[in-house]
Design a protein around this ligand. Structure first.
Ligand code: ZN
Length: 157
């Protein structure tokens, strides 16, 4: 064995990994055809190298599955968020209008004697009514803005 069994043995792993140049690879191959021990070891290294090469192969598909799942989850979350936002908006709008409708008679009730005074001054009545209407709409507007800001914050998160 002109190339030396021990020398070739050291090259078997590199040969299996395809890390040898053509000349060295041919030397290993030639020795392996004549040396059963080296041929067996080369085969072991080759199966190991093949296994190592096969390992990363399923990863893109796993990645793809994860990506598709994440996308589906994101879409579902977005849909749920959209539905919840509409519900929250409607609720807050209703809330602001309820406040508007309940506080107005309350002001009237608390006003008591003031009401008669207000009644005598229709200009003030309209001022208060306009004020409370504005308050109700401000509450609704704030609710919408809050909802939009929360949604934006969640999207960037
Ligand atoms: Zn050998």
């Amino acid at each position: 064995m002109k190339n030396g069994h021990e020398t070739i043995r050291e090259l078997l792993a590199l040969a299996a990994a395809g890390a040898l140049d053509d000349q060295e690879a041919r030397r290993v191959e030639e020795h392996a055809t004549a040396c059963a021990e080296c041929a067996a070891e080369l085969e072991r290294w080759q199966s190991l190298a093949g296994a190592l090469r096969r390992v990363p192969t399923p990863q893109p598909s796993r990645e793809l599955i994860a990506r598709v799942r994440a996308q589906a989850e994101w879409k579902l979350a977005q849909e749920a968020e959209r539905r919840r936002d509409t519900r929250v908006m409607a609720l807050l709008l209703m809330f602001s209008w309820t406040i508007l409708l309940t506080t107005w008679p309350l002001v009237r009730l608390m006003g008591g004697g003031v009401w008669a005074w207000l009644d005598a001054m229709p200009g003030h009545v309209w001022f208060w009514l306009a004020g409370y209407t504005l308050l109700g709409w401000l509450a609704a507007g704030a609710a919408v803005l809050l909802g939009l800001r929360e949604r934006g914050a969640r999207r960037t998160a």
